[in-house]
Write a new protein. Structure first.
Length: 178
């Protein structure tokens, strides 16, 4: 199975990177092909909302690093979104990539996949990730993708906070069960 991991943090060695590492290990150990893309390192323009793609067979006005993502998102069986919580949602770096799915919406909605969510945040409130989870569930519903599963690491400001927690193991288990 092909697994596409899209990470959204600007920190390559941060909290969510550690969780993404665990998902990768679990998925690779199970024999999956894993493609991991750090969206914060890419040159991806935010969608202009010009609708050029609608009249031009899904071609965007921007010729940027989304061209690295489109082939993988179309052929992946599972997609894992990995993001720190930024103001109760995903990071802008990841969101700008998801907005650019718009150009290939019809194709994506016809391609069954499972979507997973891995997130970390500093707060310990059990509601801290509610808005993010609703967004994830709504994406699944709109795209006709299945909800695969999620790991929500609350109380995790830094990767140090993960050390004595179950979250790394939960992320590895998720990778093994994709
Ligand atoms: C701009 C910004 C917004 C944040 N917003 C929230 C938030 O709404 N709730 C929360 O609990 N933590 C918030 N945090 C903390 C991060 O989610 C947390 O530190 C996370 O572990 C960072 O992950 P990373 O190291 O992978 O980037 C925010 C951090 C930043 C820099």
């Amino acid at each position: 199975m092909k697994v596409l991991i899209l990470t959204g943090s600007p920190h390559s060695r941060g909290t969510t990177a550690l969780l993404a590492d665990e998902v990768c290990v679990g998925a690779k150990d199970t024999g999956h092909e894993v493609i991991r893309i750090e969206t914060a390192k890419l040159n991806v323009h935010p969608c202009l909302g010009c609708y050029h793609c609608r009249d031009n067979d899904g071609r965007c006005v921007y010729d940027d690093d989304m061209t690295q993502i489109y082939p993988h998102i179309l052929t992946a069986d599972a997609v894992v979104l990995v993001t720190p919580l930024y103001y109760f949602g995903m990071t802008a770096q990841l969101k700008r990539v998801i907005d650019r799915f718009f150009a290939i919406n019809p194709l994506l909605r016809k391609t069954p996949k499972r979507l997973y969510l891995i997130a970390a945040c500093g707060d310990k409130d059990d509601w801290a990730m509610d808005a993010l989870v609703i967004h994830y569930q709504t994406l699944c519903r709109y795209l006709n993708w299945q909800e695969g599963g999620k790991v929500l690491a609350i109380g995790a400001y830094t990767r140090e906070d993960l050390k004595d927690s179950d979250y790394p193991k939960l992320a590895r288990d998720l990778g093994m069960e994709l």
